[in-house]
Design a protein around this ligand. Structure first.
Ligand code: TPP
Ligand code: MG
Length: 396
């Protein structure tokens, strides 16, 4: 495949499309021959369960799915690395938490559910948004405070939303998204629409009281709530064992079943999420503890190397990296060549660069945008008068 062809195919319309809808020519060549074949692949490690059976370690997949996992995770990785550079160049300001290392959770979860199911997460939300069908242009525009961002540039890194595909944010208050997620599950049960909510939180958040309150009511009312603890083993810099008497987060729901999953294995995540959705619709809440890792520090102000060793980080990269795992599977099943995968990575890099260039062209929001989507219609603050210096406030 000629690279030039790939480069010229990168257009604005591609940037506006969800990642999974953009299939590169080299991957398409592979898919045309064997995308209907079922491959059965064993998860890296067995699941460990609490108060429930474990799903099978044998996961059904297809060449098409593995190739899209590779491409989607490579896009996420590249996007986060680019966000790091933009932050250092001061084009992104404020808080910024990166997800590189944890990509398998986002793609595995998406492959098991539909856009009618809901997802809600904390501030480490860029890749979850992309997985829900958000575009690179929306991501970079939002990060740089531009009008083309998913929250019109007013939310920034921690406040990505995509309600039309069931993504309810993007929340900065640790743990607060979990009761909100259980509220979404309450609405789903009330409407009897057969959908579920995945509420994601970290190992640090797992010790919060509001989590147990939300879990209690969800279990009492059999709500279709799946609590996903993304255990990257650190809070802002506090190792899990320094913050939690029991870091076995999948067991922490006591009367609520739980499953421990290798969160660096996209197929294991897919299997667990499928299992959890079926369980939740039948029996109510379940906890999935995803054993994962973040390569970056907690946020951009944390170098991430004072409370853990460089050896630990490079060891995870070498042994458990989610993208490398899928690369190996693709190569061992002869679904693409090393060169084709490298070309895909180059193509992804170009998509990311193009999205950044276009996001830089996007204007800042107008001052009047300051008050939209903050108060209910008819309320809020309005500036008026010839010099716009008079302000009228109408509060509920
Ligand atoms: C209620 C509340 N307390 C403290 C903070 C500051 N804070 C932000 S992130 C964080 C650590 C959370 O760690 P974890 O839940 O493991 O998520 P991770 O960042 O590892 O994804 C803390 C203490 C906050 N945002 N909200
Ligand atoms: Mg954590």
């Amino acid at each position: 495949m000629a690279l030039a062809h790939v480069a010229s195919s990168t257009s604005r319309s591609n940037l506006l499309r969800p990642i999974s809808a953009i299939v590169s020519p080299n991957l398409r060549r592979q898919l045309s021959t064997d995308d209907t074949r079922t491959l059965t692949i064993e998860t890296s490690v067995p699941f460990t369960s609490h108060q429930c059976e474990s799903p099978s370690r044998s996961v059904d997949t297809t060449p098409s799915e593995l190739l899209s996992f590779f491409r989607d995770m490579a896009t996420m990785r590249r996007m986060e690395i680019a966000a790091d550079s933009l932050y250092k160049a001061k084009l992104i300001r404020g808080f910024c938490h990166l997800y590189d290392g944890q990509e398998a959770v986002a793609v595995g979860m998406e492959s098991a559910i539909t856009k009618k199911d809901s997802i809600i997460t904390a501030y480490r939300d860029h890749c979850t948004f992309l997985g829900r069908g958000g575009t690179l242009l929306q991501v970079f525009s939002e990060l740089m405070g531009r009008i083309d961002g998913c929250s019109k540039g007013k939310g920034g890194s921690m406040h990505f939303y995509k309600k039309d595909s069931g993504f309810y944010g993007g929340h900065g208050i640790v743990g607060a998204q979990v009761p909100l997620g259980c509220g979404l599950a309450f609405a789903q049960k009330y409407k009897k629409d057969g959908t579920v909510t995945f509420a994601l939180y970290g190992d640090g958040a797992a010790n919060q009281g509001q989590l147990f309150e939300a879990l209690n009511i969800s279990a009492l009312w059999d709500l279709p709530a799946i609590l996903v603890c993304e255990n990257n083993h650190y809070g802002m810099g506090t190792a899990e064992w320094r913050a939690a008497k029991s870091p076995a987060y999948y067991k922490r729901g006591d009367y609520v079943p739980g499953l421990k999953v290798d969160g660096m294995d996209a197929l294991a995540v897919k299997q667990a999420c499928k299992f959890a959705k079926e369980h939740a619709l039948k029996n109510g809440p379940i906890i999935l503890e995803m054993d994962t890792y973040r390569y970056h520090g907690h946020s951009m102000s944390d170098p991430g190397s004072t409370y853990r060793t460089r050896d630990e980080i490079s060891g995870v990269r070498q042994e458990r990296d989610p993208i490398e795992r899928v690369r190996k599977l693709i190569l061992s099943h002869d679904l693409a060549t090393e060169k084709e995968l490298k070309d895909t990575e180059k193509e992804v890099r170009k998509l990311v660069d193009d999205a950044i260039a276009q996001a830089k062209e996007s204007p800042m929001p107008e001052p009047h945008e300051l008050f939209t989507n903050v108060y209910a219609k008819g309320y809020g603050v309005e500036a008026f008068g010839a010099d716009r210096k008079e302000v009228r406030a109408v509060l509920p």
